[in-house]
Design a protein around this ligand. Structure first.
Ligand code: NDP
Length: 255
């Protein structure tokens, strides 16, 4: 196999949670371009329908599924439908996420739970529901989307629930990697720095000095610049990687 062939996902089926906008949309495109059939799992059907149209226009086999990753029942129902439509899932990208900017003493119990429910329990739900079937099938690959916020504390905005959730995602990744390596399932994470999406209002002047000026590359990423790493981790190109957290942050965390 030539080196570029090892990045191919021809004949594979990939699920991307939160695959209808931002980073997840870029992951869906990249995985599809690498040859995978793509299942987009998100809450907003109309937005998912737009991405489906884009993917299908490129000749990518794609379907969308309405679901809430924070709900075990919802993830389970979506998984049933995906298996029924595709017959297998080879790759799961746990990308759906949410963030609230709020100082710790002002965070309500509801806000804390809403972030942890999506960012941590949502990843857990995806890993356990889809990972269980991968184990039964004899193999699979999971890519969790963590964040550099799992390793550093962002500023000037405070986001304690988000930071804690992403640190937990990184360590859940390592825990599952250890447990499932003998069962043929690899589990890695990507930890992006600042990426231009709806979640991250890069252009607001109050954030520029910390978010952009403190980044060695002096800019935010585009989603397309994170997507190739997801293809790498999803493909045989990373066959000897599991339990790794791949930071892609324009150098932010070197300081
Ligand atoms: P966006 O806010 O642009 O998109 C979030 C996506 O998640 C949407 O597709 C949304 O779809 C989906 N989503 C949110 N909640 C749920 C839920 N309960 N169930 C199912 N889907 C859900 O965020 P980004 O693209 O910026 O972020 C994607 C991931 O990357 C997140 O995990 C984020 O933490 C991480 N990340 C982002 C960074 C950035 O700077 N942008 C930096 C580091 C990490 P819908 O609303 O239709 O459900």
């Amino acid at each position: 196999m030539g080196v570029l062939d090892s990045f191919a996902l021809t004949g594979k089926v990939a699920v991307v949670t939160g695959g209808n906008r931002g980073l997840g949309r870029a992951f869906a495109h990249a995985l599809g371009e690498a040859g995978a059939a793509v299942a987009v799992l998100a809450r907003d059907r109309d937005v998912s329908a737009q991405v489906l149209t884009e993917l299908q226009a490129k000749g990518i086999v794609a379907r969308s599924y309405q679901g809430d990753v924070a709900s075990r029942a919802s993830v389970h129902a979506a998984a049933e439908d995906i298996w029924s439509d595709f017959g297998a899932v080879d790759v799961l990208v746990n990308n759906a996420g949410t963030c609230i900017h709020r100082a710790a003493l002002e965070v309500t119990q509801e806000e804390w739970s809403s972030v942890l429910d999506v960012n941590l329990t949502g990843v857990w739900n995806g890993c356990q529901v889809f990972g269980g079937r991968m184990v039964e099938a004899g193999g699979g690959v999971i890519v969790n989307i963590g964040s550099m916020s799992g390793d550093i504390v962002n500023r000037p905005q405070w986001q304690p629930a988000y930071n804690a959730s992403k640190a937990a995602v990184h360590h859940l990744t390592r825990s599952l990697a250890a447990e499932w390596a003998p069962l043929g399932v690899r589990v890695n994470a990507v930890a992006p720095g600042y990426v231009r999406t709806e979640m991250t209002p890069i252009d607001r002047p109050e954030f520029r000095s910390r978010w952009i000026d403190d980044t060695p590359q002096q800019r935010a990423a585009t989603p397309d610049e994170i997507a190739p790493a997801v293809v790498f981790l999803a493909s045989p190109a990373s066959a000897y990687m599991t339990g790794s957290v791949l930071t892609i942050d324009g150098g932010y965390t070197v300081f």
